[in-house]
Design a protein around this ligand. Structure first.
Ligand SMILES: Nc1nc2c(ncn2[C@@H]2O[C@H](COP(=O)(O)OP(=O)(O)O)[C@@H](O)[C@H]2O)c(=O)[nH]1
Ligand SMILES: [Mg+2]
Length: 416
């Protein structure tokens, strides 16, 4: 069975929308007045929400709904009953994710404790304020007494909202995430259900990267592009080491970064350490020749020069290089970006490279920033997945496959 909510100015309007999407077979389950969507909705205007049902529910929704306990004594997490419900909700939410594990469950548990503690802190700070106000104005009604108290759920969502903003997720995407997450249907929905739901939506938003795949035939050529100084060469060394040393693959390194002598020498040094072939290529033609010479290899990693989007000469070189590689081999492109770069600049850079190629993302220098919102922002803006992240200068250790669970947990955690 599908259960879905539709909103409109009136009940009729909401039901019209439901029938338009799901057909005339819908059955009205519930009608109620609700506040508008997004953060604004927690304070703003009201509309009518109709919950309708239709045969054929998606398994994933069923799994989450089954976890809803029939009745909760309290929305705060002290009671044993609530703790049971929490484990259920989290376990089921996790079972929807391919990478579910006890580990994530544990992490999510501690994350929730963190959030709840903060919620309680805010609560007691507010109570203190009210008490003080009452003391100073005896006989008068405390201000705001007429205003309806937001529910625990609303406060919790508000807290998640602020936490994501603090972690520099673009407000536009924060609203999108909250709008897409299932809204609590009843006032006593436990907050861990809300958390599990939002957590899951965010993981789905990050999607899954392909990473570096072996070619079907011949070598896989992997190009790394990005601004100067973001860590392209270092990242190539890390990745090349994983493939050459850990996986015992035949790896070769090329560099097209011929603008600075030191840049080529840096990669040559890594090639020497790894004992893999190294070549400098000055043009697309030379790259083609090198690929032909290295046809017995598994992976050929190509370093490139950073360019600014005003530099049309370098831009043309890059295009030619990619075209030459595309003619001669199965290839993949990665755009390397620093997590410490400003949001607007990241979008400008990512857009300028997108003009001539598709790519997966690599974020470097996660150790240099406490806010990971840009990972979500760039991923969603460019609609392309993040494959690797790096978090230090050590070769080959400071790199890992992008782990959405870990990043989402960071985005929902308070920074210290
Ligand atoms: N803190 C930190 N530094 C990094 C990271 N990756 C690379 N670097 C450093 O950034 C500087 C530029 O790296 P490089 O690979 O030469 O950048 P490229 O110009 O893009 O090839 C070097 O000092 C690297 O050690 C990282 O993940 N974290
Ligand atoms: Mg370099």
């Amino acid at each position: 069975m599908i259960i879905k909510k539709f909103v409109g100015k009136t009940e009729e309007e909401a039901l019209e929308a439901a029938k338009k999407e799901l057909g005339n077979g819908v059955v009205t389950m519930n009608v109620r007045t609700v506040k508008k969507k997004g953060l604004a909705g927690f304070f703003g205007a009201r509309q009518t929400e109709v919950t309708v049902a239709l045969e054929e529910e998606k398994e994933s929704l069923k799994a989450v709904r089954r976890t809803l306990p029939p009745k909760q004594e309290t929305a705060l997490p002290e009671s044993g009953a609530r703790a049971d419900a929490e484990t259920g909700a989290v376990r089921n939410a996790n079972s929807l994710m391919t990478e579910s594990s006890r580990n994530i469950e544990k992490k999510l548990d501690s994350l929730q404790t963190l959030l709840v503690n903060r919620l309680q802190q805010e609560e007691s700070a507010k109570n203190e304020l009210t008490e003080r106000r009452e003391e100073s104005e005896p006989g008068e009604e405390p201000a705001g007494a007429a205003v309806q108290e937001p529910s625990e759920q609303e406060k919790f969502i508000r807290l998640l909202y602020n936490t994501m903003l603090e972690n520099e997720v673009d407000e536009k995407y924060v609203n999108q995430i909250l709008d897409e997450a299932d809204k609590p249907e009843k006032p006593d929905v436990p907050i861990d259900f809300i958390l599990a739901n939002i957590y899951q939506k965010m993981i789905l938003k990050f999607g899954k990267a392909r990473g570096i795949l072996p070619a079907e035939k011949g070598p896989r050529v992997v190009l790394f592009m990005g601004p100067t100084g973001v860590g392209k060469t270092t990242t190539i060394a890390k990745i090349a080491s994983r493939f050459a040393v850990d996986e015992k693959k035949k790896v070769a390194l090329l560099t097209a970064d011929t603008y600075r002598i030191a840049a080529a020498e840096q990669l040559r040094t890594y090639a020497n350490i790894l004992e893999v072939p190294f070549r400098v290529v000055y043009s697309g033609e030379e790259a083609s020749e090198a690929i032909a010479d290295l046809s017995g290899f598994d992976y050929i990693f190509v370093d490139t020069a950073g360019h600014s989007h005003q530099n049309t000469e370098k831009l043309d070189d890059m295009k030619q290089m990619i075209q030459a590689v595309a003619r001669n081999a199965e290839y993949q492109v990665f755009l390397v970006l620093s997590a410490a770069t400003k949001y607007r600049d990241l979008l400008r850079i990512a857009s300028s490279y997108r003009e001539f190629t598709d790519y997966q993302l690599i974020f470097t220098k996660l150790d240099e920033t406490g806010a990971f919102g840009n990972l979500m922002n760039v991923k969603l803006y460019m609609d392309t997945p993040i494959a690797f992240v790096t978090y230090g200068q050590n070769v080959p250790d400071d790199i890992e496959l992008f782990n959405p669970q870990k990043t989402v947990k960071q985005l929902l955690s308070t920074r210290h």
